[in-house]
Write a protein that binds this ligand. Structure first.
Ligand code: ACM
Length: 688
């Protein structure tokens, strides 16, 4: 499956069938599937797959049989799959749903599964496609949903029509906890944004939506017991309890658990606006606009604090039925504690040597409250402390080391450190990081303590327009890491399938691709953005920390810059790397040479148009230095191609070009080039 790249470098053109990427050719009776060939675009890859021969033609009437267990959730899931397949194929199928075990599509489910989806929900399924039909078997409705998403990914065309290739799939996840965290505290995300992201999660078999609902910058969930929490701590941007229940139901309908997070004792400034009595100093407090770690924290020494948390958790437990509740625990520096003589005296009385000991005391107290309400507590890895009972679940964000340590000490853990999307790292980087840290000396028993992983989408620089482009498609690659066999590490093949999955996710209503075009149109004030698209195709946002440092962002910073338009790890990055790899392996490689030449020429041609558009757009003009560098790189690339073709470069050429590439690595305009490494490789390979 190596080397099956389906997208061009500048303007992607999809090829759905590529002989390099094919499994067994299909023999089939139907004319429309005569050239049917199985092209594996599944993501995540199933645990076991055998490609058969033949295909099931997607034409005419489809009978759907649900011979055993049937409920509304299953019916809805089947209906969603059929609707999406109809939209994709344009084949309006008349569906007849009954109990017939020999129907065209048989969905054979043993039972409903857990009333509240549990961490041990059986997600196993078996899917068999033959020339006469499709059979899906699962123990639970959630397992059936996993199989239905695989079924949707199997739809192919040979040009003449649509078909499902004959396959036999036996599938189950490697990890039980496959999550995506979305921070809605720093920037609120409307209900529709959450719903479409749940749709995308389900498409790649993620099963935990970790909803980071409270932050210094916003308290985003209605409390009827304490209406001042959201009332005064959210700028009016919060979810009503009805909306939260709607999200929980929407997620359940897609086989996704919702784990809410109420971060404490730090990251709580928004709580204090309406309830200053919870804080470790007198206040008054306002919603925090700055990002970073705040000095303020809840007062862990007062019984009233625990009474408040107890009642609040009780109220939230009525909205969020999941067995797990996240109470944060990260980044509490203890500054306000050290500055309060009453708290210092409390620490002395209780023999607490430092503020970490006080935080452990707080964690133990809230863990008891969480248990009292019938839940398990999850916390960030700061809560890991010798005195913490092992029934807390540790989410590792500061390093895989804490996950290993936690597993050794008997805690269950979730790895997030390699899956921080705001680092703007490539899908490849995230994909290759395993939830069982490489080289760890965990025993098999200790490995079982690693429940899985969670992708984290922090909200400092997000709004409802840009959020999808930060999460997708990279998260689909991580979803495969969480679901599929550990041995799957073919990055080229991952990108080949990711390109396809990205379009499938977009068809669910996600905006990760369309956002870029819309933002470029807005920046340029015109529909004529062909040249800008070329420019954007070789750029990506700087990582969170770099933007924060250089732009001094806070919650009120407008997110309307070039950095907000471009997306992390656009397809140009990997495509360029592959082309240059192929060229350097074989300098006479005609196809690579032609495509690279076309890319370099497109950069040179785009630049003057973009520069002209910048004259009418101050926001666009911020990136002018990057256009000038793109022109340089067009020339570097063209010349390198020429020299790699045989001619020697003049003395000093390499040094000068490498200096240009190095200069482009410096911070500029909040965006980085995606193509510097392959360009550098080309220059280094030239002979002077
Ligand atoms: C975190 O990133 N502070 C959990």
């Amino acid at each position: 499956m190596k080397g099956c790249i389906v997208a061009g470098l500048v303007f992607a053109v999809m090829q759905t069938a590529n002989s390099n990427c094919s499994a067994a050719p299909a023999q089939t009776g139907g004319a429309s599937t005569a050239s049917a060939v199985f092209v594996n675009t599944l993501m995540p890859e199933p645990a076991h797959l055998n490609a058969g021969t033949g295909a099931f033609a997607w034409t005419g009437t489809l009978t759907v049989g649900i011979p055993h267990f049937r409920d509304q959730r299953l019916d809805d899931a089947v209906a969603r799959t059929l609707e999406r397949m109809e939209r994709k194929t344009g084949v309006m199928r008349q569906r007849v749903i009954g109990t017939d075990g020999s129907a065209g599509l048989v969905v054979d489910v043993d039972g409903a599964g857990d009333a509240v989806q549990s961490i041990d929900e059986d997600e196993t399924y078996a899917l068999t496609v033959t020339t006469s039909g499709v059979k899906l078997h699962a123990a639970t409705v959630v397992g059936a949903m996993r199989g239905l998403t695989t079924l949707e990914q199997l739809v192919q065309t040979s040009g003449g029509g649509f078909f499902l290739p004959a396959v036999e799939i036996q599938d189950s996840p490697r990890f039980r906890w496959r999550g995506l965290m979305i921070d809605v505290g720093r920037h609120f995300e409307p209900v529709d944004v959450i719903k479409r992201n749940l749709d995308a999660m389900a498409a790649v078999k993620l099963n935990v939506f970790h909803w980071h609902l409270t932050e210094d910058q916003g308290f985003r969930i209605e409390s009827k017991l304490y209406p001042k929490l959201a009332g005064e701590g959210s700028d009016g941007l919060y979810y009503t309890q009805e909306q939260a229940r709607e999200i929980v139901a929407y997620a359940r309908a897609r086989g996704i658990r919702v784990v809410p997070e109420f971060d404490m004792p730090g990251h709580t400034r928004s709580w204090f606006v309406g309830h200053p009595e919870l804080a470790s100093g007198p206040g008054p407090y306002t919603i925090r606009r700055q990002f970073g770690v705040d000095d303020f924290a809840m007062d862990p020494t007062r019984e009233e604090t625990y009474a408040f948390i107890d009642a609040f958790i009780g109220e939230m437990a009525g909205i969020f039925p999941d067995a797990y509740l996240h109470l944060g625990g990260d980044e509490t520096p203890g500054t306000q504690w050290k500055g309060n003589p009453r708290i210092v005296a409390f620490m002395r009385e209780h023999n607490m040597k430092n503020t970490e000991a006080l935080q452990t005391y707080f964690s133990q107290r809230v863990l008891e409250l969480v248990k009292k309400h019938g839940k398990h507590m999850v916390g960030w890895d700061e809560i890991l402390n010798p005195d913490l009972p092992t029934d807390a679940v540790i989410q590792s964000w500061r390093g895989a080391k804490s996950l290993v340590e936690a597993a050794k000490r008997g805690y269950q853990g979730i790895l997030s450190q390699p899956y921080y999307l705001d680092g703007m790292r490539s899908a490849e980087d995230h994909y290759l990081a395993d939830p069982i840290p490489a080289g760890s000396d965990l025993t098999d028993d200790q490995k079982r303590h690693v429940l899985g992983g969670e992708v984290c989408m922090w909200g400092e620089h997000l709004n409802a327009l840009s959020i999808d482009s930060r999460i997708w498609p990279r998260t689909a690659a991580v979803a495969e890491r969480f679901w599929s066999p550990e041995s799957l590490r073919d990055v080229d093949d991952m990108y080949r399938r990711l390109e396809v999955e990205s379009l499938r996710i977009e068809s669910l209503g996600l905006t990760h691709l369309t956002h870029e075009d819309a933002a470029l149109r807005e920046l340029a004030g015109t529909e004529e953005i062909d040249s800008l698209r070329v420019f954007a195709s070789v750029l990506q946002p700087v990582p969170f920390g770099e933007r924060y440092r250089y732009q001094h962002t806070d919650q009120l910073t407008p997110l309307d810059n070039v950095v907000d338009a471009v997306r992390p790890d656009p397809s140009s990055r990997h495509r360029m790397a592959v082309l240059v790899r192929e060229l350097l392996a074989s300098p006479s490689n005609h196809e690579a040479r032609v495509e690279l030449d076309r890319a370099f020429k497109s950069w040179a041609a785009a630049a003057p148009v973009v520069e002209t558009q910048m004259q009418g757009s101050p926001l666009l003009a911020i990136a002018r230095p990057r256009v000038q560098q793109m022109v340089q790189f067009a020339q570097v690339g063209e010349e390198a191609l020429k020299y790699l073709g045989g001619a020697k470069a003049p003395a000093g050429w390499k040094k000068a070009k490498l200096a240009q590439i190095e200069a482009a690595r410096q911070h500029q305009a909040l965006v980085r080039f995606t193509v510097l490494e392959p360009l550098e490789q080309m220059v280094k390979a030239v002979r002077e």
